[in-house]
Design a protein around this ligand. Structure first.
Ligand SMILES: [Zn+2]
Length: 393
């Protein structure tokens, strides 16, 4: 893959809850994979069990439980800060795999009282039956599991129900880790979209129109990034989309930066597991025993990409090669073990790598966040060349 066709990411706008970026030199399937992974495969915490102590409001228990589940909770570093209950050794839930919240509101005035997400408090575990130890809790931020926007006056709280004089709502909730493939309440995103081919040169869309499709379907702002087609331009049936205009909007449980970075990491893990699954069993068993001798190294074509079993590449190879569970632990997702030259997705010219070679790199975005740059702890930075990475697997 020549350098000028390496993937390019250019951040156009980065806000607290959203990021807008352009992704170039990838194919449609890849862009859509990134979009879908960000929407459905990233873990967050959300209320999963609700115990009703008192509910004399007009709304039934199920209605309120459903609303509580949909309240976004701060889930920063969810990968490491909490376990899935299914992976935990406890019997009934513990502080390693869940967060307890409580809401107790009663109305004694003649006015209507609005019960909101600001009334939800994280409470300590009283009947913690953890038989295990772990460092998950130490990796949590101070507000982990709190409703998003609580204690921030600029964020309006989420309405749960309204109660009148004499009515009371008292619930005990257990928030758990999960992904949106299981239930949409675990999605960190409220919207992820991308547009490509704003002039519809590829004719992937058929416009419905009354008189003239051009006046009835004005082109989007993204068209400024592309060449206006001539009216007599012949249709190129071999053309493929190459430039994707992404808009990622989160619900606040994870920041937009974490969503994009974790999305790429998750996609990489999925591809690695797919490659492992396609490997003949005897080969998979044979590889990986030696220090860093990755199972992928056997295939000649794979030697030069991120999956390669180069002895000094930290990723993927480490343990029993047919144990997918081990991959996440010491693989290319960790800067420490990945080291220069083995972590993927980054590199010169890309905003994720932050080497500064890309003139279009957004100054404001890069400066305000810092996290996109080289050498950040999630390990995507600092790779010398896209060519040695996993893009062309
Ligand atoms: Zn547990």
């Amino acid at each position: 893959m020549a350098e000028d066709t390496a993937p390019i990411v250019r951040i156009r706008e980065l806000k607290k809850d959203s990021v807008n970026f352009v992704l170039e030199n990838v194919d449609l399937a890849f862009a859509n994979s990134v979009r879908r992974v960000m929407m459905a495969d990233l873990p967050t915490v959300a209320i999963d069990l609700v115990e009703f102590v008192t509910n004399t409001s007009v709304l039934p228990d199920e209605y309120i439980a459903h609303r509580l589940g949909l309240i976004p909770l701060v889930s920063t570093n969810c990968d490491e800060a909490i376990r899935y209950t299914r992976d935990c050794t406890c019997m009934r839930g513990c502080s390693f795999c869940s967060v307890k919240l409580e809401l107790h509101v009663s109305c004694s005035d003649d006015t209507t009282l609005e019960v909101t997400s600001n009334h939800l408090d994280v409470v300590p575990y009283v009947d913690d039956d953890a038989v295990d130890t772990g460092d998950e809790i130490a990796k949590r931020t101070a507000n982990f599991g709190h409703p998003v926007g609580k204690s921030d006056p600029s964020v309006p709280p989420i309405l749960i129900c309204k109660i009148r004089k004499g009515q009371e709502l008292h619930v005990k909730c257990t928030a758990k880790k999960g992904i949106a493939k299981e239930h949409a309440k675990w999605s960190p995103c409220s919207a992820v979209s991308f547009e490509y081919d704003p002039y519809n040169k590829l004719r992937h869309t058929s416009y419905w129109f009354e008189r003239d499709s051009k006046t009835e379907w004005p082109v989007s702002d993204n068209s400024k990034e592309e060449e206006t087609p001539r009216d007599d331009e012949p249709f190129d049936f071999n053309a493929k989309p190459n430039k994707f205009y992404f808009d990622v909007e989160t619900d606040g449980s994870l920041g937009p930066q974490e969503v994009v970075m974790k999305g790429l990491a998750e996609l990489q893990t999925k591809l690695a597991n797919l490659l492992l699954g396609l490997k003949p069993t005897d080969e998979a068993d044979g590889g990986g025993a030696g220090g860093g001798g990755g199972a992928w190294g056997d295939a000649p074509a794979a030697q030069d990409n991120a999956w390669g079993g180069n002895a000094n590449q930290g990723g993927w190879g480490g343990g029993g090669a047919n144990s997918p569970a081990r991959w996440g632990a010491g693989g290319a997702r960790s800067a420490a073990s990945g080291g220069a030259g083995s972590s993927a997705w980054s590199g010169s010219g890309s905003s994720w790598g932050g080497s500064g070679a890309s003139p279009a790199n957004s100054n404001a975005a890069a400066a305000t966040t810092g996290g996109w740059g080289a050498g950040n702890s999630s390990g995507w930075g600092g790779s010398p060349s896209q060519q040695t990475q996993g893009w062309n697997v």
